[in-house]
Design a binder for this molecule. Structure first.
Ligand code: C2O
Ligand code: CU
Ligand code: CU
Length: 451
């Protein structure tokens, strides 16, 4: 439904079954009962209102990842949608938007450029378990600037949500953290403390799918929606001359100029928008989207089969979208956050586990700030509300996958990364956290309050 200013969606989260592995049914928690959930579509600058109904057996929180969203609709981890009839314990925290019963209305102003966003569960302590069961979907934002470009569109613009999952013999999802609160019980160090991995790679909910393509350019909007797995994606074989993955966008939309890669590395929650020209292959050829960080069953993600010759009037323009360079000399604050394993405290930021009651940073509305992250492990660091630019890695230039506006950064062991962002948009409390969902559930999360 829509009116002059707003697009409306209604989404019900429910238990459903889906045939994921051939011949088996898997119980899922799905938006509208599907995994991934329905792809929502918005226009930049036009409000989208989503009523999320919770018909699951547990409370839920919905977060639009990459959305510039007021705090009350951002899916703060304690802003639960409590299902009708729920009698279990509820947290006693200071809620940002309060508990909602049955359903909650989320308002998204979407004052932001075209980008590939995704929505997923964000319940405090339970995000990993909920997303694993299926609570994730795409939310695409379009704008005029992007539509004016001659990029591949229609059937040749394909969102790909990559996840890994483990299954029991009967086809049900296997998630080892049956009681996720164990993840941050002092003295308990479960063996999945580094994050939960699966041995089956799913793309849009299907294991190692095969996509028939024309010998033409395709735009692939790739999100790594895995709980904890990183990927290094590469086409195998590479076409003669390499550079097959032409990156046109990242988390926050189009890059200034395209960048050709042989491979791309995606940490959890990162998005890479790439154009692949399948006319560089022969009709009948089959190409694997390989994962060079995997082995055995996780070494392949999906395949493309070149089905036929086709006309193609798409182009990847040499200039995509201008990006204003943020200047660190103008920053008014620099903050440092150490992402560390503190033993019994679990995964922490600056030595402290998440506390919804504590503001860990208080940037002023409109302030330009430099944030430095240090790390002991792989931690995909994600900020809500804002997009940022990467200034440096270990004091050197940003890496090959850091271009454009980011909302999640792949932080490696021993690394120090500096980013810069401007806290525009909305006042209020927002989280930033490690997007390894088990680390997040083990309290590797903190608050910034825009004042
Ligand atoms: Cu995609 Cu706070 O998360
Ligand atoms: Cu987010
Ligand atoms: Cu982490």
């Amino acid at each position: 439904r829509q009116d002059a200013t707003t697009d409306y969606y209604e989404v019900t989260q429910k238990v459903a079954t889906q045939e994921i592995l051939p011949g088996h049914t898997t119980a899922i928690w799905g938006y509208e009962g599907t995994f991934p959930g329905p792809t929502l579509v918005s226009r930049s600058g036009r409000r989208t209102v989503v009523r999320h109904r919770n018909a699951l057996p547990v409370p839920a929180v919905v977060h639009l990842h990459g959305g510039r969203t007021p705090s009350a609709s951002d899916g703060y981890p304690t802003d639960l949608i409590v299902p009708d009839g729920f009698t279990g314990p509820l947290p006693h925290h200071d809620h940002q938007a309060g508990l909602a019963h049955g359903s909650r209305i989320y308002e998204y102003p979407l004052q932001q450029r075209a980008a590939t966003l995704w929505y997923h569960d964000h319940r405090m302590d339970f995000t990993g378990a909920s997303v694993w069961r299926g609570l994730a979907g795409f939310h695409l934002v379009h704008d005029d600037e992007e539509e004016a470009l001659p990029l591949p569109r229609g059937d040749r613009d394909i969102p790909l949500m990559i996840t890994d999952r483990a299954f029991d013999a009967d086809g049900s999802f296997r998630y080892p953290a049956t009681d996720p609160t164990l993840l941050h019980t002092p003295g308990v160090r479960p063996d999945y403390v580094e994050g939960v991995l699966g041995d089956v790679i799913l793309v849009n909910g299907a294991p190692w799918p095969v996509l028939e393509v024309d010998a033409a350019r395709y735009r692939l909007r790739i999100v790594n929606a895995s709980n904890a797995r990183r990927y290094r994606l590469e086409l195998a074989p590479q076409p003669a001359g390499g550079g097959a993955l032409v990156q046109i966008g990242s988390d926050g939309g189009l890059l200034a100029t395209p960048r050709a890669h042989d491979a791309i590395v995606l940490a959890p929650a990162e998005r890479f928008d790439v154009v692949v020209d399948f006319s560089r292959y022969r009709v009948g050829e089959e190409i694997t989207l390989a994962n060079r960080l995997g082995s055995g069953t996780t070494a392949a993600v999906m395949r493309f089969r070149i089905a036929r010759r086709a006309t193609d009037d798409s182009v990847v323009p040499a200039r995509l979208s201008p990006i204003e360079r943020l200047d660190p000399a103008r920053a008014t604050a620099t903050r440092t956050f150490a992402f560390r394993d503190q033993g019994d405290e679990g995964w922490t930021i600056n030595g402290r586990p998440f506390d919804p009651m504590r503001a860990d940073a208080t940037p002023r509305l409109g302030a330009l700030e430099v944030w430095r992250f240090t790390s002991d492990f792989h931690h995909p660091v994600h900020l809500h509300l804002v997009h940022f630019q990467v200034l440096s890695r270990n004091g050197e230039a940003p890496g090959p996958y850091d271009a454009g506006w980011k909302d999640t950064i792949d932080l490696s062991p021993g690394e120090e990364v500096a980013i810069i962002t401007r806290f525009t948009g909305y006042r209020g409390r927002f989280v930033f956290h490690c997007h390894n969902l088990e680390h997040e559930d083990m309290a590797m999360m903190a608050n910034f309050e825009v004042v």
